[in-house]
Design a protein around this ligand. Structure first.
Ligand SMILES: Nc1ncnc2c1ncn2[C@@H]1O[C@H](COP(=O)(O)OP(=O)(O)OP(=O)(O)O)[C@@H](O)[C@H]1O
Ligand SMILES: Nc1nc2c(ncn2[C@@H]2O[C@H](COP(=O)(O)O)[C@@H](O)[C@H]2O)c(=O)[nH]1
Length: 199
């Protein structure tokens, strides 16, 4: 039976001298979460980025275990049944989930752990771990969001349509989260996230 540990608030106690903190980065597909994350990891290698599992097919250049753990739907469903995900959701026709054990282990060892996840998963984390800090990334406009998803050039027309259909609902949920940051000028958005994480 897996032990489900509480996510610490970031405060330390004598029993747990170096507990870390959980950060959630969410926002609509194509807003720039992944690009912001990559830059944050380059600048702050002490951050721990949780590699998710997904049933989506790899995009060109994506590496199993680095970008995602690419698994089948039946493997994913088995892991759900075993309680192996901290959160999981179906998004645009595929499953995505955060492996529980690795995240909790990193937090216990004092790391700042970042999850880059969609709205439903972010809501699950907020409900289960209210001490987690959640940041919602907004596009400067819907047309710019569409331009970015299309410009990325890595999804089929159908996948793009699904993602854009979902995006409006996601944007309307922005106020549920602790902070809202508009990713218009990339450096400005990056600096705002850094200011929140590192003061
Ligand atoms: N501030 C910005 N200005 C212009 N383009 C940007 C900006 N930030 C990111 N982009 C571009 O937007 C596209 C989508 O970015 P990215 O893949 O990081 O989005 P995402 O939110 O991670 O999407 P998904 O949730 O689908 O993985 C990329 O081509 C990226 O280079
Ligand atoms: N709920 C979760 N959402 C996740 C997870 N890993 C990634 N994501 C989000 O899914 C969409 C689509 O991602 P893409 O790589 O197919 O473009 C995007 O919003 C990601 O942030 C996860 O573990 N759980």
């Amino acid at each position: 039976m897996m032990q489900v540990l509480p996510i610490p608030s970031g405060a330390t106690t004598p029993e747990s001298p170096s507990l870390g903190k959980l950060i959630v980065l969410t926002g609509p597909s194509g807003v720039g979460k992944g690009t912001l994350m990559q830059k944050l990891l380059q600048l702050h290698p002490e951050l721990y980025y949780s590699v998710s599992a997904t049933t989506r097919s790899p995009r060109p250049g994506e590496i199993n275990g680095q970008n995602y753990y690419f698994i089948t739907r039946s493997q994913f469903e088995k892991l759900v049944a075993q309680g192996e995900f901290l959160e999981w959701a179906e998004f645009a026709g595929n499953y995505y989930g955060t492996p529980r054990a690795a995240v909790l282990e990193q937090i216990q060892s004092g790391k700042l752990v970042i999850l880059e996840i969609e709205l439903e998963g972010a809501r699950q984390i907020r409900a289960s771990y209210p001490n987690a800090l959640s940041i919602f990334i907004l596009p400067p406009s819907f047309s710019e969001l569409e331009k970015r998803i299309r410009g990325r050039g890595q999804d089929s027309q159908e996948a793009i349509a699904r993602r854009l259909n979902r995006a409006q609902e996601e944007i309307e949920a922005a106020a549920e989260f602790d902070l809202q940051i508009v990713n218009d000028d990339f450096e400005t958005a990056l600096n705002q996230i850094e200011a929140v994480l590192f003061g």
